[in-house]
Design a protein around this ligand. Structure first.
Ligand code: PLP
Length: 405
């Protein structure tokens, strides 16, 4: 008789969005005349920009011609895109990254989930709490969780680093030294950012303790403040201890087309001189089918000057929504965070409500759907996430309704 991987049975949070969907469906059935506005999901709504559409069409046409037809893509990505990433993303920041350290993928969810495979089973993992659930869940799937403590809502072998108002939603160094540290800034779900000085301290900490930082920079394009770093490689010594994960989803609307990449510097070596770069190349080459040529050409277009201009307009559109949400709620007396360097607003639930109580309250009174903070971890209890990815019209209507409660 086959046996299942029992660690899956302890996975938390995987039902968050289906729980939300069920509640919304029940409400809609009972109130068919009410117009629900969804500010809960982390998906974009603006269509792909013109320069991307043109690149897609051109690449499709190439596929119809014998001389330019392409078969299997190189496992690690086409040179034109890997080179463009080095030139247009990292050189601009004064950061040293080489083309053979760029691994093109189908997005940051896969990479941030799969990267744990190149670390030993007994590695100690540290994550922020609240957290993007993929980091914890994939380490559980990888057999690294230890027992689940149901009463505390935590896995024994995972180190949780609380992110609260007290530390501006950027973690303190944990009591116990981890081997692998997941950081995501600007952050989903809290919308918080980290200063360059603080990130440098994390890099120093990782080097001192021979740990690796996995830095998820999916929201880099939303940074508006000057002292917030766009890449961890702006920090000294990061090439020896940090992997950076990037995505075209949130900056260019590729959530449906799928494109991302991960930087694994060759300077990260274990005690025997084995590079993580060689392991990730092996893993990627064996288990990943490569991103389609057509999509990689579209990514190259995003990095062109015209692409940068057009996608910046989309980011500005969402950030205008973020500002409306932030200021509207603040004016209505809510305690709000985020929204300045990220398309997420993290609000403290009023009157001591739990995250789910506030979810029901908002659905009932304003017909607005958000995401309960407790779904992202223990420290998210008493908080609530709203996203700026809706249309401006819906965002305005939703906030105006909340203000009238
Ligand atoms: C949206 C998101 C991603 C996923 O990006 P894809 O490239 O679409 O897979 C990764 N990390 C965080 C924190 C995100 O919010």
């Amino acid at each position: 008789m086959f046996k299942v991987n029992g660690d899956y049975l302890n996975l938390q949070g995987s039902y968050l969005f289906s729980d939300i969907a069920k509640k919304v469906a029940a409400f809609t059935e009972a109130n068919p005349d009410k117009k629900i506005i969804r500010l809960g999901i982390g998906d974009v709504t603006q269509p792909l920009c013109p320069v991307v559409i043109k690149a897609l069409h051109d690449a499709v046409d190439e596929m119809a011609v014998k001389e330019t037809f392409r078969g299997y893509a190189p496992d690690l990505g086409y040179d034109f895109l890997r080179n463009a990433i080095v030139e247009k993303v990292y050189k601009k920041l004064g950061a040293v990254v080489y083309a053979d350290e760029v691994f093109v993928s189908d997005g940051a969810k896969s990479d941030s989930g799969n990267i744990q495979e190149i670390f030993s089973r007994d590695s100690r993992i540290a994550v922020c709490d609240p957290v993007y659930p993929v980091y914890v869940d994939t380490n559980v799937m990888g057999g690294r969780s230890g027992e689940y403590d149901a009463a505390a809502g935590v896995f024994k072998n995972i180190i949780y680093m609380p992110c609260t108002e007290a530390n501006d939603f950027a973690p303190d160094f944990p009591d116990e030294i981890p081997d692998v540290i997941y950081l995501c800034f600007p952050n989903n779900p809290t919308g918080s950012a980290i200063t360059k000085d603080r990130l440098q301290q994390w890099v120093d900490y990782a080097r001192k303790n021979k740990a690796v930082i996995i830095y998820d920079a999916a929201y880099e394009a939303y940074i508006s403040e000057k002292d917030v770093p766009h890449s961890i490689y702006e920090c000294e010594g990061a090439r020896e201890c940090a992997i950076e994960i990037r995505s075209f989803s949130k900056n260019a609307g590729f959530t449906g087309t799928r494109l991302g990449y991960t930087i694994v510097p060759k300077d990260i070596k274990d005690e025997n001189g084995v590079t993580l770069n060689s392991l990730w190349a092996r893993r990627h080459g064996t288990k990943f089918n490569g991103t389609p040529y057509i999509i990689q050409r579209a990514g190259e277009a995003v990095l062109s000057d015209e692409g940068q201009r057009e996608t910046a307009e989309q980011v500005a559109y969402y950030m205008n929504n973020a500002k409306y949400i932030y200021e509207g709620l603040k004016g209505a007396g809510y305690k709000v965070f985020g929204g300045v360097n990220a398309p997420y607003i993290w609000l403290k639930t009023p009157d001591g409500m739990t995250s789910w109580e506030f979810f029901d309250f908002l659905l009932e009174k304003a017909n607005v759907v958000g995401t309960p903070g407790s779904g992202f971890g223990k420290s998210g209890e008493g908080y609530f996430r709203l996203t700026a990815f809706g249309t401006y019209e819906n965002t305005v209507e939703a906030i105006d309704r909340i203000k009238r409660i």
